[in-house]
Design a binder for this molecule. Structure first.
Ligand SMILES: NC(=O)c1ccc[n+]([C@@H]2O[C@H](COP(=O)([O-])OP(=O)(O)OC[C@H]3O[C@@H](n4cnc5c(N)ncnc54)[C@H](O)[C@@H]3O)[C@@H](O)[C@H]2O)c1
Length: 267
């Protein structure tokens, strides 16, 4: 929507509420995968976006790609599991780029190992990244949002937030916790005009799921188990995201919305 004010004026009110002009959005772990697609979608509807990840090279590349397309994009690398880094990163964004109106906790990792063989280090790494990271980041951003009485938070959950699956125990526990963190934050922050929701993607094609896609047996399982009979395309998450981070979603709170082609709805 950058530079398209006349176009904005012609939009019906039902669509105007999705426009994010004047808003700043931080998407963690967004230099590739679902995070990048979500950051780009936010930029497309007018938000200033902050790309994040641990790897500054990757962050810079993603920012360059967004700038080349004419979007208002910035990069602030930090590790969501390290409190001092998160503190510094958030302060930098708020002081130099803009106050964070929208936070998307997308950074996540997967370690596929049966529970019985899971080393403590793996357990802790997965919980730190997928659950403690979103808690830390949201706590630090949320403090500022509470002062301003305004904010939108989206946690990227998973089908594993609802059901178990063999071989991904630590991930399941972390994503299950993230669903309840969404509800706990809603309970404490809704009265401050902060909406905290989650998106639970089914199987989407990204680097994280490449090993699954490349395993013919698992690929066949996904295509058979998904009523839509296919993997999700990352852009298919952006509609729900825009609903949850725009004024269209001002009365939606504490929900985790599943986008999975129907998997969870059927036996
Ligand atoms: N792809 C899917 O089908 C799928 C399904 C359900 C949920 N998810 C969730 O969606 C999110 C994105 O997944 P993806 O498939 O795009 O994976 P991905 O591996 O492509 O992206 C994950 C991103 O998180 C970043 N990251 C990891 N640890 C970090 C840390 N400590 N600090 C900062 N950044 C960190 C990575 O660098 C990467 O950019 C994850 O939370 C994942 O669990 C994905």
């Amino acid at each position: 929507m950058k530079g398209h004010k006349p176009l904005f004026d012609t939009l019906p009110n039902a669509l105007k509420q999705f426009v994010l002009q004047g808003k700043t959005a931080l998407v963690t772990g967004s230099y590739r995968g679902l995070g990048f697609v979500m950051a780009k979608a936010l930029a497309e509807v007018g938000a200033r976006v902050v790309v994040n990840g641990r790897n500054s090279e990757g962050v810079n590349r993603a920012v360059e790609a967004l700038l080349k397309d004419g979007f208002d994009a910035h990069g602030v690398p930090f590790d969501v599991t390290v409190e001092e880094e998160v503190e510094r990163g958030i302060a930098k964004i708020e002081e130099r780029i803009g106050r964070i109106d929208i936070l998307v906790n997308n950074a996540g990792i997967q370690r596929r190992v049966p529970l019985i063989e899971t080393p403590m280090g793996t357990w802790e790494e997965v919980l730190r990244t997928n659950l403690t990271g979103p808690f830390l980041t949201t706590k630090i951003v949320g403090k500022r949002m509470i002062e301003r009485k305004n904010g939108k938070i989206v946690h990227v959950c998973s089908l594993a937030s609802f059901v178990g699956r063999k071989g991904i125990g630590p991930y399941t526990v972390a994503k299950g916790g993230l669903k309840l963190l969404t509800q706990a934050m809603c309970a404490e922050w809704a009265e401050h005009n902060i909406q905290v929701n989650g998106i639970a993607p089914g199987f989407f094609l990204t680097d994280l799921t490449r090993p699954l896609r490349e395993d013919p047996e698992f690929n066949a399982y996904v295509e058979h188990r998904t009523p839509s009979r296919r993997w999700g395309n990352p852009s298919e998450l952006t509609g729900v995201l825009l609903l949850l981070v725009s004024s269209a979603g001002d009365f939606i709170n504490g929900q985790v919305i599943v986008v999975d082609g129907g998997i969870l709805a059927v036996m």
